[in-house]
Ligand binder design. Structure first.
Ligand code: FE2
Length: 282
């Protein structure tokens, strides 16, 4: 039986005083995080989750990881359709590979610790403050509000810029081998952006940083400005990373196209069918 912790019991509140952002201590910490995010494009909080709740969160994720829908795709670094009128060697014509599973939010127990953490207003309000948002809401998407990324043996996420401005992820379980989160900070919009992207895709390591994304770390990441990837995972132990989604606007949902791509279903009434066929075949 999994030990149940409230959200406030899961977070190391001595190290990360996020509950009261009007207190002197809370305000100073939140401002420090906001400044770090603005300066570097990310805010990383190691050991954000305490050891016992982390073990329980990881067990929850392991127990529902068989419900992951697997998506295997190729895409360019900008996650858009290549323009056939551009030269064949244009960086947008280069394809990267992604193979990742995701457990949809409606497959996660509403009584789980992960749900409790996602529904916890102090966490939402803290993240909104770091991102400088006047208003901040949890996503309303039935699948993507809070999902769990599952990278099994062979799983990877090729180099890309995110479509969304920011992503919030929580490392619960690193794999045995691989699964490194690599990025090249804030190259979007630079005059030499395309050349830098081409060099990254060519495997050049100049400027590539590996994030020490250890178990229990919360990451707020501006993935729209920073090219990044997850290197190929090897071994039996899956890489398990919940993705917590928020928006400046209420009732935000994913498009049907995105739902179909990542969870194999277009709406909540869609039958949960053939879930693991793609994973089994891969
Ligand atoms: Fe991404």
């Amino acid at each position: 039986m999994t030990a149940q912790h409230s959200a406030a019991e899961m977070v190391d509140l001595y190290r990360y005083p996020i509950v009261d952002l009007t207190s002197a201590e809370g305000a100073a910490f939140a401002h420090k995080c906001r400044e770090e995010y603005q300066r570097t494009g990310l805010c990383m909080l190691p050991e954000f989750i305490l050891p016992a709740p982390l073990a329980a969160l990881a067990k929850e994720a392991i127990d529902c990881s068989d419900k992951a829908y697997f998506c295997k795709s190729s895409h360019n670094a900008y996650l858009n359709d290549s323009d056939p009128n551009l030269a064949a060697d244009d960086v947008t014509q280069r394809q990267e590979q992604t193979f990742v599973g995701s457990v949809a939010y409606d497959q996660i127990d509403p009584q789980s610790q992960l749900s409790a953490l996602y529904q916890w207003d102090p966490l939402k309000d803290f993240i909104g403050f770091v991102l400088g948002k006047e208003t901040f809401y949890r996503f309303a998407d039935p699948f993507g509000a809070c999902s769990i990324n599952v990278f099994v043996d062979g799983g990877e996420h090729g180099w890309h810029f995110d479509e969304s401005e920011f992503t919030v992820t929580l490392m619960l379980q690193p794999p045995e081998v691989g699964g490194a989160f690599e990025y090249v900070p804030q190259i979007r919009g630079r005059d030499d952006e395309k050349q830098l992207v081409a060099e990254v895709l060519d495997g050049k390591r100049d400027g590539v940083v590996e994030l020490p994304f250890t178990a229990g770390t919360l990451l707020i990441f501006g993935g729209n400005q920073t090219i990044h990837r997850v290197t190929r995972v090897e071994g039996k132990r899956p890489r398990l990373v919940p993705v917590l989604c928020f928006s400046e606007t209420p009732n935000q949902e994913n498009s049907e196209t995105v739902r179909k791509l990542f969870w194999g279903r277009s709406g909540p009434d869609d039958m949960i069918a053939d879930h693991n066929q793609a994973g089994a075949a891969a």
